[in-house]
Design a protein around this ligand. Sequence first.
Ligand code: BDR
Ligand code: CA
Length: 326
Amino acid sequence: MRKKVIIDCDPGIDDSLAVMLALSMEELEVAGITIVAGNSPAEMGYENILKVLKFMDRLDVPVFIGADRPLKREYINALDTHGPDGLGGSFLPVVPSSSYIKQQKTAAEFISEVLPGGGISVIALGPMTNLAVLAEAYPEAFKSIDTLVSMGGSFKSPGNCSPVAEYNYWCDPDAAAYVYREMDRAGKKIHMVGLDVTRRIVLTPDLLAYMKRLSPHIGSFVEKITQFYFDFHWEWEHIIGCVINDPLAVAYFAQRDLCSGFDSYVQIETQGISIGQSVVDAMDFYRHSPNAVVLTETDPQAFFRLFFTRLLRLDSEPDLLEKLTK
Ligand code: BDR
Ligand code: CA
C-alpha cells in the first residue's frame, strides 16, 4: 500500500529536490504540500513549488500556504543560500494561475482536516511553524500524525547557522521546541534527520554530470536550480558540490534502513547563544522517555541509488554510482 504523506516545506533548492523525489516514488502518495516561511518567504515558496510541480507535470497536487513568519522571533530567510528567487537564481517563469487550483485553506487547516482520517504522515522540511500552529489550534488532529519526520537539528555535527544550530530549528526555535514538547505529551517520537546525516549527502559535480547523461531533461533542471548552491557551499563550507539535506528525509521516510540512530529525549533551546540548538539527552541525564529518534548514520551510496533510480526513472541501477560516491 502507498504511504500517504504531507510535505511541509520552504522551497528552497533542496526542498524542491525532495518534492521531486517524493513525487517520483510509487510507494508514496503526496496528499498535499504545505508551505512555511523559511528559506524563502511563504509567497515565494508557494510560487516555487508550483514551478516544480509544473516541471513534474503534477499541478494536480494541492498546495496550501501557511505561516509567513516564525511564532515569536524575527523572520530571517535563507535567500543567501538559496538564491534571490529561492530557486538558485534560475528565475523560472511564474506558473499562470489558470493552470492550477488556488487553495483557500491555510496549511494548518488543511492538515487538521486530513489527519483524523488516520494513516497520514508528515515530512517537515522547513521551520516547524505550521506544525506548531496545528498542535495549538487542532491538538487532536496533531496527535493523529502517523509518523513525523523532521529535517532539522543536529546531534554532534556543528550547526549551519551558528556553532550549534541548524537553520530550520534556528529560524523558528519556539515552534520546534513546542512541537517536540507536544509530541512528547502525545507519547510519540519525531524522526530527527539532522545535519549529522544530511551533511553526508553531497551532490558533487560528477554526480550532477552523471544525472544529465542519464536524463538530460531532469538533470538539466537539477543543474539549473543547484548552481547557486554549489557556489554557496564552496564559499562557506569549502565543499565542491552541495549538501542536499531535504531529499534524505523523504528517502528515509520511504526506506528506513537508509539511516540509523538512537531514541532520545530532545529539547530545543529558544534563547541565548545556543538558540535553535537541538539538545539531545544521549546519556539519559533526565531519565525522560524519548520523544525522538535521532539519526546519526547514513549510507550516501544507498541514498543516491534510490535518488537516481526514482528521480530519473531508471529501469536498472546506474553502474557508475559506486565509483562516484566513494
Ligand atoms: C535546512 O535548511 C535549508 O537550507 C534546507 O532547505 C534544509 O531544510 C538545512 O539546515
Ligand atoms: Ca528546507
